[in-house]
Structure formats: C-alpha cells, structure tokens
Design a binder for this molecule. Structure first.
Ligand code: ADP
Ligand code: MG
Length: 256
C-alpha cells in the first residue's frame, strides 16, 4: 500500500578539495525502503558524501542517481523538492518557535495555496492549514513528541530536540532520509526510541534511510546494508554481520 521509493545509485563518486581527495571513486546502491549505514573513522568522507547527495557540494566526478533523476549538479532546493530530506549532526531548530510551528515549516514545500493565500485568510488556505496541522500531530505522535507540540523547541531536552528534527524531516513527506549521527548525545533510552522510530519509518512508511552513525550497536541493529569508507575510499560493502568481521574494517577501526 505504500508506494515504493526509488533506489539511490552512487557511482564513481569523487570529490577533491585543493590537494585533498575526500572521496575517491566511491560507489554503492541504497535499495528502496532499507536502512543503509555509511560508516568509517573521522575524516573518511561521510559528511562530504551527504553534502554531495543534498547538493551542498559538487562532485568532481561520478554520478548520483535517485530513480530517474541525476542529482549531481542539481541545486539543493531541487534535490529537497524530489523528497530528499537531511538531518544535520547539530541541532538546527529555531529555539523560540513552538515545536508545532517547526514541524509546520517542514511542510512548506507541500503547500499548494501558498503563504499569500494563508496571509489573506482565504478559505482554501484555512482548509489546507487544518490538514497540515493534523498531519503534524500524527507525525509527532509517531515520533513520540506529541506532548511537546506547544513548547518552544529550545526548551526541550537535547534528545527530544533531535527527535523533533527527525519529525520535521518526516513532515516533508520525504522519500529518502539522510541522517547524520541521529543518536549522538542521546541517553540510552532516547537511543532505543530513536532506533525504533527509524525502523518504523522504514517499515511503516517505506522510506529509504542513509544513516551515518558511530554507535555500532545502533548500526548493527538497524542497518540492512553497510558501506564502510576510510580516507575517502570504499573498503567494505555488504550485510552488517559480514562487514563487521571484514579484516579491512577491523584494521581501519583499530588504526592498525
Ligand atoms: P567524515 O564526515 O567522515 O568525518 P568529512 O567528509 O567531513 O569526513 O571529511 C573528509 C575529508 O575532507 C577530511 O579530510 C576533511 O578535512 C576534508 N574536507 C571536508 N570538507 C572540506 C572542505 N569544504 N574543504 C576542504 N576540505 C574538506
Ligand atoms: Mg562528519
């Protein structure tokens, strides 16, 4: 009943900065409706990869296809318009805005009648706004932050704010979610809840998720596939259990 999202196909991706190759001929495929972990030591190129996928950086070479669309060279707002939503490593919610308004802002790209109609108080806009509010409440309940909707985002405990960011991304009705360290800084209880929400997003909504995460417990529990980068190169790619025991991965993590 959930329309499947598209595969994400990364091929020969290379990103060079002056004198430094941050990504070197990297390729992997994210199958629709799966959690795909992208892991590796600091400086491996994970954030660079996210920056290319979301249109912040331009690739030096290679291609990124999301279904029928070539993402390399596309501006960030058009990539977002295709349903690629990104959550940053650091908190990004406006702290004084209510959680509900933060989530409503996440629905901006889905607004049909536009803010002009809303400002003029037209009936079509009122109807649309009511539907957006209902959907925001549903998503807040799904993520477990519905009791925080009226509070300023900045007043929530850190872990709840990160869950609110995840909820805001879901409010965009994304087809592909890019999560940069979603459980970093969370309590054990919040980590478990976030992992359950991510699994629920995959299983219930059929969204694909690319997950950059240092918490190996979370990666091994959640990921359907794992790609390992080290110094910009792909060193392993496959099922979590296989990748975990791969000698090259063990070496990269132990620094031997
Ligand atoms: P990770 O997220 O895996 O820790 P990054 O993708 O942030 O790694 O960084 C990979 C490499 O690229 C690092 O050596 C980093 O210093 C370099 N790098 C990242 N962004 C830039 C940039 N805008 N300019 C120059 N070097 C960069
Ligand atoms: Mg990073």
């Amino acid at each position: 009943d959930v329309p499947p999202t598209d595969p994400l196909e990364v091929r020969g991706l290379t990103v060079r900065f002056a004198g430094l190759t941050a990504l070197d001929d990297v390729g992997f495929t994210v199958r629709p409706g799966t959690v795909h972990a992208l892991i590796g030591p600091n400086g491996a190129g994970k954030s660079t990869c996210f920056n290319v996928l979301s249109g912040v950086y331009r690739a030096t070479a290679g291609s990124v296809r999301f279904g029928a669309h070539e993402l390399t060279g596309m501006p960030a707002h058009r990539i977002a318009g295709l349903g690629v939503a990104r959550i940053f490593q650091n908190l990004a919610l406006p702290p004084r805005a209510s959680v509900e308004n933060c989530l409503l802002l996440g629905r901006y790209r889905l607004t049909r009648t536009g803010f002009l109609a809303a400002g003029l108080g037209l009936p079509s806009a009122a109807r649309e706004e009511r539907l957006h509010r209902e959907r925001v409440r549903e998503i807040a309940e799904f993520v477990g932050i519905a009791d925080c909707l009226d509070r300023p985002a900045g007043s929530l405990p850190y872990g709840q704010q990160k869950l609110a960011e995840l909820a805001r991304a879901l409010c965009m009705e994304p087809r592909l979610l890019l999560l940069d360290e979603p459980v970093a800084g969370m309590t054990a209880d919040e980590r478990r809840r976030t992992a359950a929400v991510i699994a629920g997003v995959r299983d219930g909504l059929g969204i694909s998720i690319v997950l950059v995460e240092h918490d190996m417990g979370v990666v091994m529990r959640l990921a359907d596939a794992v790609t390992v980068l080290d110094f910009g190169r792909l060193i392993a790619d496959g099922a979590p259990a296989d990748v975990q025991n791969d000698p090259a991965v063990v070496r990269a993590y132990l620094g031997a």
